[in-house]
Design a protein around this ligand. Structure first.
Ligand code: ZN
Ligand code: FE
Ligand code: FE
Ligand code: ZN
Length: 275
């Protein structure tokens, strides 16, 4: 297991209504794997729809923050960071900024789960793929991802090619679309998450795919790691595969966040030791 010394910045909690386990269970699992740092990044309350199976309610946010900060004060191994996964919804940026500014987040993760109001990564909404032109769907997704990078709210972009989740892929090269998106991500200086969650989904591969990651590397876009665990057993899952692809495309370090400041941890020293 090559998770030792690494970070897992994408953990959910039962508050979101679709995850299992107590915070302590996630911590125990992380400690067993030898992760040096974990970050809780539960789903920020959705402002445009109310669905208790998707996120906590807005009035729970202070409790979430307190719970993670208390844990961070008690636990030193692994270090615990306070994150939050926020849906990019263009009309809500100002409102989101005001709310997020009130809390001591170590990092804010941006996710694109909605395109024109359609929750495309929700298995309940699979119908939406029917009859769609996949090329223009991907084009739209990566435009919106670029918008998310530029909106100024986010330190980190989660599961950057989530649009592949259910395995609906356009024919032909996506390279130009990736490049246009990543030029914007690089200019906005936002970190990209390498997420092992895609391996557990029909897509069957890490988010992002290797070509996308290579294009990140060419632009010197920093990266970090996440499992998107919704169960303690998923913490650090398949991180050896993430380290493998990161090294192959030339990454040597990953980002650590504290109070929205970055530092870097070496990938090799971290990953090379075995437990
Ligand atoms: Zn979730
Ligand atoms: Fe997500
Ligand atoms: Fe998530
Ligand atoms: Zn996620």
């Amino acid at each position: 297991m090559r998770a030792r010394g690494l970070v897992d910045y994408h953990l959910h909690t039962r508050r979101c209504g679709h995850a299992a386990g107590e915070l302590e269970d996630y911590v125990r699992r992380a400690r067993r794997l030898g992760l040096s740092e974990i970050g809780f990044s539960d789903h920020f309350p959705l402002l445009h729809i109310q669905d208790p199976s998707l996120s906590m309610a807005l009035d729970e946010l202070p409790d979430y923050v307190r719970e993670v900060k208390d844990l961070a004060a008690r636990v030193s191994r692994p270090r615990i960071r306070l994150g939050i996964e926020v849906d990019y919804v263009a009309e809500r940026i100002r409102e989101l900024t005001e709310i997020l500014d009130d809390y001591p987040f170590d990092y804010v993760t941006g996710s694109v789960h909605f395109l024109e109001g359609w929750g495309f990564d929700d298995p309940r909404n699979l119908d939406g793929y029917r009859g769609r032109d996949l090329f223009s769907l991907w084009e739209l997704y990566f435009q919106v991802l670029g918008d998310a990078a530029e909106c100024g709210l986010f330190d980190l972009l989660a599961h950057p090619d989530l649009i592949k989740k259910f395995g609906f892929r356009p024919r032909g090269s996506m390279r130009r679309i990736y490049e246009e998106c990543l030029d914007r991500v690089a200019a906005a200086d936002v970190v990209v998450e390498v997420s092992t969650a895609g391996l557990r989904k029909p897509a069957g591969e890490i988010y992002p795919g290797e070509e996308f990651l290579r294009l990140c590397r060419e632009r010197d876009i920093p990266v970090t790691l996440g499992s998107d665990a919704h169960d303690p057993r998923e913490v650090g899952q398949d991180f050896h595969l993430a380290v493998e692809v990161l090294e192959r495309v030339g990454y040597r370090e990953i980002v650590s966040f504290e109070r929205r400041q970055r530092s870097f941890l070496p990938l090799r020293n971290a990953g090379a030791k075995r437990d």
